[in-house]
Design a protein around this ligand. Sequence first.
Ligand SMILES: [Zn+2]
Length: 104
Amino acid sequence: MKNDKFSHARGGWSRVLDVSCEGCGVRLCYYQKDGPGPLKRMYVDRMINLTPRDDQLICSECKRILGIQITYKKENRPAYRLFQDSIKKKITSQSIIRQNQSLR
Ligand SMILES: [Zn+2]
């Protein structure tokens, strides 16, 4: 888990989400969500097993466009703004992530 000025700005606590495509259900990535509130955008530096570089965030399976790249101006930070109902998410535990990374 990253613990930096961005997570501190959001209250200093984070959780890991398992993010998948709403359309086909395939896993997109794990994502560190800092602080409370809905998931409206995903910061690139918080995506755990994905480093997208395209203008659009596209499902690798069904090719649906899930969001578009933006720079969150307040923090000058690259992110993807998610379209409404484009993704599903569930809270996962860090141990699952570690397990997953050791398998890769
Ligand atoms: Zn999909």
